[in-house]
Design a protein around this ligand. Structure first.
Ligand code: PHB
Length: 369
């Protein structure tokens, strides 16, 4: 007998009706070319996972300066736009909405991958000290970033808009702004990484300005209700330290209410970037933050089918993301529906490489679904 499942109730996001509430969340897989151009292998990967109601791409960098690692795709060149089209079409094959996650890593980059060979730029010249950079030669210290000038901030905001326009050209349905995990937007939000004296630093109103201006710029190219925002309010991964996180993220969420965005995407407190940790003692309950938002809420981080059903039943989430389960189970929605066993995640091939650990996880031939 089939259990009643809210995961398979349809839901409307950005005016599109999705046939389930299962999300492929953004996952760095590093299978683009060295120039950040999507590959046919990526087309196969997204095609395999097209059963999600909402497919969010891996982080896509908005400019060459925005990247931290090799083989991360971009959306700043005509070649990249052209190469995304078949990938997006593959992800849409079963009717999923497909969003591009737009990404700038700020101080999490390194001179070795910067076009000018100099340290990356960030809100303030404050290095990450609690973590090390993942270089091809192993872990090395992060550098002291260069502080963005006010004029350079305008250029970065413009680049977000250009990437959003390119996402539309590549036929993505929408974009997700990566404002989580201590990357550039989060570096502006938190006072541990933002000591600026101009209109982008100091008060909460000033530290949240960059986020609002980026959304404003992107919404010149697509409707605001096709722009999602991802936050990780309880994470201090990559030194995302803030003296006022509860007030900060509550303020951000209230501001987002006024912008009419597609969705708020919350990362659970147990997630530190790509790893699972003990929930920090001062973590902010996801339900508390979700309740502040007027629109669609996606929650991601360590969930399985049962815990996802609980999130939906409690009203904390409208959709739920499953990252690690989706890497190892390309047909995850079908498996959930059939109560079929799940394949375990293998460590090989999570980041980079070829098809091994990427497109070689089996789909079940489940009939009658
Ligand atoms: C990662 O590459 O491990 C990664 C990328 C983006 C995130 C978190 C982790 O937001």
């Amino acid at each position: 007998m089939e259990r009643p499942s809210r995961l398979f109730h349809s839901v409307v996001v950005g005016g599109q009706s999705l046939r389930n509430r299962i999300v492929l969340p953004p996952l760095t897989r590093s299978r683009a070319t060295d120039d950040g151009v999507p590959t046919p292998l990526m087309e196969e990967y997204y095609h395999q996972r097209a059963g999600a109601g909402l497919v969010i791409s891996e982080g896509v960098v908005i400019a060459p300066q925005a990247t931290a690692y090799a083989r991360v795709p971009g959306l700043y060149s005509p070649e990249q736009v052209a190469a995304w089209r078949p990938v997006v079409a593959a992800a849409k094959r079963d009717g999923a909405a497909v969003y591009a996650q737009l990404w700038h890593v700020g101080r999490q980059s390194h001179s070795s991958v910067q076009p000018d060979g100099l340290p990356p730029k960030a809100p303030s010249a404050i290095p990450i000290t609690g973590y090390q950079y993942r270089s091809p030669q192993g872990r090395i210290p992060y550098e002291v970033p260069r502080e963005l000038t006010t004029a350079e901030i305008a250029d970065v905001i413009h680049a977000y808009g250009a990437a959003a326009r390119n996402a539309v050209r590549a036929e993505f349905d929408g974009v997700e702004l990566h404002a989580a995990n201590g990357y550039l937007v989060d570096q502006f939000l938190n006072d541990g990484s933002n000591r600026r004296a101009d209109q982008y630093g100091g008060s909460l109103e000033n530290r949240t300005r960059f986020l609002r201006e980026v959304i404003g710029e992107m919404s010149r190219h697509l409707p605001a209700d096709r722009i999602g925002v991802r936050l990780s309010p309880s994470s201090d991964w990559m030194d995302a330290h803030g003296s006022d996180k509860r007030r900060l993220y509550s303020t951000v969420i209230r501001q987002l209410n006024d912008l009419g965005i597609a969705y708020l995407h919350l990362v659970e407190p147990e997630i530190a970037g790509s790893t699972t940790v003990e929930s920090p003692a001062d973590s902010i309950p996801t339900a508390e933050l979700a309740a502040l938002f007027d629109g669609v809420v996606i929650v991601t981080g360590g969930h399985d089918q049962a815990s996802a059903e609980r999130l939906l039943a409690e009203g904390t989430a409208d959709l739920v993301g499953f990252g690690r389960l989706f890497i190892a189970n390309p047909d995850l929605p079908q498996r959930f529906r059939a109560g079929a066993p799940l394949e375990p995640l293998r460590p090989a091939g999570i980041y980079g490489g070829g098809h091994e650990g990427y497109t070689d996880y089996p789909s079940l031939a489940i009939s009658g679904i």
